[in-house]
Design a protein around this ligand. Structure first.
Ligand code: ZN
Length: 149
């Protein structure tokens, strides 16, 4: 696992250790479950919508540092955003994590830019994007659990 050293940056470790919004919502408007069988990451994302604004968002689950940090930072980034802003950021984030955005755009992502480092590690891309795919499923009302496979 030595090749992971570079992407385990401080910010990822810090969020993995004390994830933000790491709790279920009592009455979520939507929720979905995600599973990454490759790594064993599981997460459930809860969203409370007020109109089309994400009023509150939380997650639960277990998994590797990258999956936890990604879910934590996702919830931080999306609270107060509209559904369409969230979907836009989802697509951009997947582009970032898969290396399709190009380095020059990393600055636009703020702290989320650390996940640009996973692009070199295809198995880790699934860890980093699991929570985002799960969020998408929740917003689209998918009933089947999401799997990255
Ligand atoms: Zn993982």
């Amino acid at each position: 696992m030595a090749d992971l050293r570079d992407i385990y940056q401080e910010v990822i470790l810090e969020h993995a250790k004390s994830p933000r919004n790491f709790h279920a919502l009592e009455k979520p408007t939507v929720k979905a479950e995600g599973y990454n069988p490759l790594c064993g990451d599981r997460c459930t994302v809860y969203v409370s919508l007020q109109g089309d604004v994400i009023e509150d968002i939380g997650f639960q689950g277990s998994g590797c540092a990258i999956s936890r940090a990604s879910a934590s930072m996702m919830t931080q980034s999306l609270k107060g955003k509209t559904v369409s802003e969230a979907e836009n950021l989802f697509h951009r984030f997947v582009g970032l994590a898969t290396g399709q955005n190009g380095d020059e755009k990393h600055a636009e992502f703020g702290k989320l830019a650390v996940f640009g480092g996973v692009a070199e590690f295809p198995t880790r891309v699934k860890c980093a994007t699991l929570a985002w795919h799960t969020l998408q499923a929740a917003l689209h009302g998918d009933r089947e659990p999401v799997t990255t496979e």
